[in-house]
Design a protein around this ligand. Structure first.
Ligand SMILES: [Fe+2]
Length: 392
């Protein structure tokens, strides 16, 4: 029997090459005054983004707010202070995961609800009333899937920093436009890191303790596409078919993580992203193979009947394109394929970003309980230390 589950509201999704042209009409449905949240150079250097900006400015009044790097509480509060009370009708976020998270948080607070610090999980204690203004997301990278989720990840990166979520059902975007043309200008190292994030999110949600038939179907549909599209998009950024598959897979990963949770990689990504300046996708990419190896070994030793062992084997057969493998062989094939992608795409180890083995206890003490809680098996402190040590 299918166990009880809930599936959260999803935005209205507009997918396909050329779908960006729908933006002016969709935004105009909310009014004339648009607050446009974008990246810096990534937006200015993209011909597709510049075309879109011209189309928007032809019929609408657009004020632009630039977000560079991961959104901090300071960046969000500054935008809210600058723009609240100015009669904006809609927020449009065009950019990578950080820009989409920033747009989401700004839309949530633009009506004067207070500082983002009041509402961050584990930081503030205020209850958000759910008065988010309409907002539209257009991702220009295929990675976090933030466009499909109801939480904005806000980071304060420093030695005692944090990476926390502003989360509410009303923060789900009104519309998301997924046009692969907007991802064409994404450079190879960003394509690799974002793609490994999407892959990790699909894989972790697929084997999660909280997975359900809907999230499994969506995660599988993303994994099927990532198998060919990730190496293809990395090798040739102009491969629009690969870009399209990656954008689809990344957006599905946002839905599956929001509804099934994640695992040990994202449990550790939270403190690693808070304490060190490491791109989130690099954290995921560098740890995903080792995390699978440790999960699989732990389940074989302690929980041989855990259904995640069979789930990992299915993914191993899919990624290796070898349906003839038994579960044991498929586990090996899965890890081999992930190791190969890490090598081919030159995903760096954590030490490149200043992480030292002596800091493992500190990192372990700040693990995200939410993501670690849906890992298919409870890992020991030693296993978590092994995972980190292998990738430092
Ligand atoms: Fe992620």
């Amino acid at each position: 029997m299918i166990a009880a589950f809930a599936f959260a509201a999803t935005p209205h999704i507009h997918f396909g090459q050329g779908s960006a042209s729908k933006l002016p009409e969709l935004a105009a449905a909310y009014g004339h005054n648009i607050l446009l949240v974008t990246g810096n150079r990534s937006f200015d250097d993209s011909p597709a983004c510049q075309r879109l900006l011209a189309q928007m400015q032809a019929t609408l009044s657009c004020e632009r707010y630039i977000v560079s790097g991961e959104p901090s509480p300071k960046v969000i509060d500054a935008a809210v202070q600058q723009f609240s009370g100015q009669g904006f009708d809609c927020v449009v976020a065009i950019g990578g995961g950080s820009v989409v998270d920033a747009g989401k948080a700004i839309a949530g607070l633009l009506q004067g609800q207070g500082s983002i610090l009041d509402f961050l999980e584990g930081i503030g204690s205020a209850v958000y009333a759910g008065s988010t203004m309409p907002w539209i997301a257009m991702p220009t990278t295929a990675g976090t899937g933030s466009e499909t989720s109801k939480n904005a990840v806000i980071s304060d990166v420093r030695a005692d920093g944090f990476k926390k979520s502003f989360r509410h059902a009303s923060l789900v975007a009104s519309h998301i436009i997924l046009d692969p043309e907007l991802t064409l200008s994404c450079p190879p190292e960003v394509t690799a890191a974002c793609g490994m994030d999407a892959l990790t999110q699909l894989l972790e949600s697929y084997v999660s303790k909280k997975s359900n038939p809907m999230t499994e179907a969506l995660a599988w549909s993303g994994l099927v596409r990532i198998r060919q599209a990730l190496p293809a998009a990395f090798a040739d950024g102009d491969d629009i078919a690969a870009r399209s598959d990656m954008l689809y897979a990344a957006s599905m990963s946002g839905l599956t993580l929001a509804n099934a949770g994640l695992g040990s990689v994202h449990g550790l990504a939270s403190p690693l992203g808070a304490f060190y300046t490491i791109p989130h996708g690099v954290v995921c990419g560098t740890m995903v193979a080792e995390a699978c190896r440790i999960n699989i070994d732990a389940m074989k030793a302690r929980e041989p009947a855990n259904p995640a062992l069979a789930a990992y084997a299915r993914v191993g057969r899919l990624l290796s394109q070898n349906q003839g493998l038994n579960d044991e062989q498929a586990h090996t094939a899965l890890i081999q394929q992930l190791d190969e992608w890490i090598a081919v795409m030159a995903i760096p180890k954590l030490a490149s970003f200043g992480v030292h083995s002596s800091e493992i206890p500190l990192i372990r003490a700040h693990i995200s309980g939410g993501s670690m809680g849906t890992n298919p098996i409870v890992l020991s402190d030693d296993e978590i230390a092994c995972l980190l040590r292998a990738r430092i």
